[in-house]
Design a binder for this molecule. Structure first.
Ligand code: ASP
Length: 429
């Protein structure tokens, strides 16, 4: 069986939904588990709804109404009869969200986020499930909150692998194994969302649907995963910053992990590991041209010389930390600094050590960086530079470095066998 992941752009209108169904139809001989994201930019809209609900930022009802109306219009275009059961299910979901928004929020923003934002996926899968059945493709809907079991670290929930693989094998596997009616099987579930104890929703981090697809593929021992995107495959640079991008035909798991680690936003960083563990190939393909080749990520190492890969992490802050008493930056100080970073859940994107100083480059997360600097200042001298880009070139060559660095003055520069990293002021690229 195969696992297909469709992102928001692939289901942004009624016409787009029809196109996705055509793609699924073209795989009529295959068993397929579909993992679906929220439609278009609905996750962003739900984040705004959560902010309004929690902080009273915008008019929550007005936003709720446009969220509901957006989905209603799509349903209205896809289904003719108002008696169709899709309208009943639509009303149930919209009433449940309304009821939630009418309650007073708890003091935990991340918890509230996870109780509201999953509605994007709940609506999209409800619509797609009904539409597939209407199009003659018998399809089973699974609620991902019963399959992807997590802890209660809201907004960045960690998957409980034993519970999750157990649940997927218990609920989903028998459906795919049952060959009594001699037809290939299609099922659908939500990406990005999971379930914690006591029936609360959790989420896996933005773009988490890719990760959901990988988890399900691992649990069901799928033969492959296809992530359908609006680009022809994985490109060697982000087209928002570079105009001469090239599609990469093949990547090893190792390269894919490194690229997502350095910030390539093309797939969720946690996606590769479960696939690599079971040697399940991942294809990134275009839903616009489904027959085109896309990119294959697998065990196979390509023999071709790889193009330089450019990854830009914008909005970085470089913090230089040195002990107030002029002592060396040695193990004791490092342990102290890194345990503070761990407490603030801050990941270091690049770092450099000298005798009496440590420089770390991190995402400039307003909520966390201010308090972090304050704590560090208790025992260390702290200086920082903001509005920086961290640029990584994997498989660099001299020409690639020259293209990025040119005559600019780096704030930090590092080079290893396969990877070059540089921090530049963000107006320099
Ligand atoms: N809908 C979520 C997001 O936009 C998750 C996903 O699409 O992967 O981040």
């Amino acid at each position: 069986m195969k696992v297909f992941k469709f992102g928001g752009a692939s289901v942004k209108s009624a016409e787009a939904v029809r196109h996705v169904v055509d793609i699924i139809k073209s795989f009529y001989n295959d068993d397929i588990m579909i993992v679906l994201s929220a439609m278009d930019k609905m996750t962003n809209m739900l984040e705004k709804i959560t902010d309004s609900y929690f902080y009273g930022k915008y008019d929550v009802l007005e936003l709720y109404n446009s969220f509901v109306e957006y989905h209603f219009n799509i349903i209205n275009e896809l289904f003719e009869s108002v008696d169709d059961k899709v309208f009943i299910e639509f009303n149930l979901l919209k009433d449940a969200l309304y009821k939630k928004l009418k309650k007073n929020p708890s003091p935990n923003y991340d918890f509230e986020y996870d109780q509201i934002v999953p509605y994007g996926e709940l609506f999209s899968t409800m619509i797609m499930h009904n539409y597939l059945n209407k199009a003659g493709i018998k399809c089973q809907l699974y609620d991902a909150r019963n399959l992807i079991k997590t802890d209660n670290k809201y907004r960045e929930a960690k998957v409980d692998w034993d519970l999750t693989t157990g649940a997927i094998r218990l609920y989903v596997l028998p459906y795919f194994l049952d060959k009594s009616d001699n037809r290939s099987k299609i099922a659908i579930t939500q990406g990005f969302i999971g379930g914690a104890a006591y029936g609360y929703n959790t989420t896996l981090g933005r773009e988490g649907s890719d990760y959901t697809a990988a988890i399900i593929a691992f649990a069901l021992k799928a033969s492959e995963v296809i992530i359908w995107k609006d680009v022809p495959g994985i490109l060697n640079a982000d087209p928002r910053f570079f105009n001469d991008t090239k599609k990469v035909d093949k990547l090893s798991y190792e390269d894919a992990i490194e690229l997502t680690y350095y910030g390539a936003s093309v797939i969720h960083p946690d996606t590769i590991k479960p696939l690599q563990n079971d040697k399940i190939p991942l294809y990134v393909k275009s839903f616009v041209s489904p027959d085109a080749e896309g990119t294959e990520i697998s065990e196979r190492k390509t023999t071709d010389k790889l193009e330089p890969f450019y990854i830009i992490k914008p909005d970085q802050i470089l913090i230089s930390i040195s002990p107030k008493d002029f002592s060396y930056i040695a193990e004791k100080n490092l342990i102290d600094i890194f345990s503070i970073l761990d407490k603030f859940k801050i990941r270091v994107n690049a770092m450099q050590i000298s005798a009496i100083g440590l420089s770390i480059c991190i995402n400039n997360n307003l909520m966390r960086v201010g308090p972090l600097i304050k704590i560090l200042q208790e025992n260390y001298k702290v200086k920082y530079n903001e509005q920086l880009n961290l640029i990584t070139i994997r498989h660099y060559n001299n020409e690639a470095i020259k293209k990025i660095k040119d005559n600019k003055t780096p704030l930090l520069e590092q080079i290893s066998r396969l990877t070059y990293q540089v921090i530049l002021k963000n107006d320099l690229i």
